[in-house]
Design a protein around this ligand. Sequence first.
Ligand SMILES: *Cc1c(COP(=O)(O)O)cnc(C)c1O
Length: 228
Amino acid sequence: MSGLAGITARVAAAAEKAGRDAAEIDLIAVSKVQPLARVEAVLDEGHRIFGENRVQEAQGKWPALRDRYGDISLHLIGPLQTNKVKAAMDLFDVIQTLDRNRLAVKIATEAQERGSCPDLYVQVNTGEESQKAGIAPGEADAFIARCREEYDLPIIGVMAIPPADEPPIPHFDLLAQIAERNGLSHLSMGMSADFEEAIAYGATAVRVGSAIFGARVPGVPTGAATSG
Ligand SMILES: *Cc1c(COP(=O)(O)O)cnc(C)c1O
């Protein structure tokens, strides 16, 4: 058994405490770097929403798992290089890490060609950390408007990964404000350590890895070719 049932119960309790409907909160099981057996266990328990942070790793395991388990919703939650856009659009139902103009142009061009596009979130670097992906908070409104109006991209929400060494709530609050003023209904925030607080601040998607699957063990085969 994974930690899935316990986390599902905690999501429901946090929703209730916040006066929200748990059905409006997606639990994204973050399966990156997890041994395949653990991922299969969570699929066998009936879960169908998963997150991966590397295109190449996801390519190595999800096509086969989709064939076996059917209607999976797969979210890209890690940085996307422009040369991996096609592969990402082939594989993912949702891309949560749109964070720069060049990437927006590339996705828009590809979307035009195929006549379809995954749902998109704009990633916001709420902590303005130099090493972290995401658009700066002060540039978010203009970027979101440009993606929608100029590139006609299906932006449905915003996503953030708060700094590891700061209380997350101010970051959740900032992201919620950006969503609100841009009329976006989806908010991806909260991980294993803080998903209940994120739900209190309006998260509609929480990304939980280790609390469901157990600690990530580097070096254990994941069923994917490693991308280095
Ligand atoms: C790995 C990862 C998570 C899950 O982290 P846990 O602490 O294991 O829950 C969530 N979001 C992103 C973007 C990640 O890369």
